[in-house]
Design a protein around this ligand. Structure first.
Ligand code: ATP
Length: 287
């Protein structure tokens, strides 16, 4: 089942960018991201506990979990910025541990706490990041221009990053992660700080990108967004995957009827008693 296929006004704009949003090397069938028994320990604390995941090409895969569940730790291991304690990560068939350059060349990473170079202009930053991926030249430059235009950043591209607002930084980061046409985009909390129009643009952009053969692995607390855009969803809690599948699959697994994702999420992660707890706290929270 596919959850959410709506392309609106900005969708039309992103469609015009179809060629820019076509990942290089797309067209292969199968699994683009595979995690095998991936574990991460910080000292004696196990943050991610032997998780297995297989993400098919051409999907937006949603990764959900309560605070501290292990989402960012998992995403950082997929992006290759954090080494697993044990287990393996494969990107497009390349083992990230053994063939890091090949694996990472297939990937675009949008972290939740980005580091941007303050003394570069937006245009310079994109050129710099694209260069790190080995993508340069006229085509990359033009693609960057079109993406900046899509996010209403063209007028700011020659200003220093230090003058950018939070949302503008987020949009610059998204542009820099997409400009080298990766096969897989891994994105941690993408909507935070974006105004409604930019959030919509990003949703449409990700959808267009998967329709052109790309794959998105997306972590977010914004359940309406996940419900609207994700084809498959996994819920992680205390370092373990508790449920996975389409929204329909999750409803079945959680025995949740026609419930929305929020109810399923609370049921699976043990948060469905929240209303009762708050009611019992009435005296404590009263003014
Ligand atoms: P949130 O939704 O709050 O961002 P998350 O699901 O992304 O949470 P992680 O950031 O992956 O969670 O953290 C998982 C667990 O690992 C948490 O208990 C956290 O305290 C712990 N943790 C994360 N980074 C470290 C670290 N560098 N050293 C020790 N413990 C860590």
């Amino acid at each position: 089942m596919v959850v959410g296929r709506r392309i609106g006004a900005t969708g039309t704009r992103t469609r015009h960018l179809s060629a820019d949003l076509t990942p290089s090397g797309s067209g292969d069938e199968g699994i683009v991201l595979r995690l095998e028994a991936v574990t991460k320990r910080y000292g004696t604390f196990t943050a991610v506990d032997g998780i297995d995941l297989a993400v098919p090409r051409g999907q937006i895969f949603g990764f959900l979990g309560p605070n501290g569940a292990g989402k960012t730790t998992t995403i950082r291991m997929i992006a290759g910025v954090l080494l697993p304690t044990s287990g393996r990560v494969f990107i497009g068939g390349n083992d990230l541990g053994r063939e890091p350059e090949e694996a990472k060349s297939r990937l675009g990473y949008i972290p939740d706490r980005p580091h941007l170079y303050e003394k570069l202009s937006g245009r310079e930053f994109i050129r710099f990041v694209a260069g790190l991926w080995g993508a340069d030249g006229k085509d990359t430059e033009e693609r960057g221009q079109r993406l900046l235009q899509l996010f209403d950043l063209s007028h700011w591209q020659d200003e220093l990053v230090e003058t950018y607002s939070h949302g503008m930084r987020q949009k610059l980061l998204i542009t820099s992660a997409i400009v080298h046409q990766p096969e897989l985009i891994v994105v941690d909390e993408p909507m935070v700080g974006l105004d409604p129009k930019s959030a919509r643009t990003l949703k449409d952009l990700l959808r267009t990108y998967v329709e052109n053969g790309g794959t998105v692995f997306l972590s977010s607390h914004t359940l309406e967004v996940v419900e609207a855009v994700c084809d498959t969803i996994a819920i992680i809690h205390e370092g373990r995957i508790l449920a996975r599948g389409t929204l329909e699959d999750l409803r079945r697994q959680a025995d949740a009827g026609e419930a929305h994702l929020e109810e399923i999420f609370l049921k699976v992660t043990g948060g469905d008693g929240v209303a009762e707890i708050v009611a019992n706290l009435q005296d404590t929270v009263a003014p």
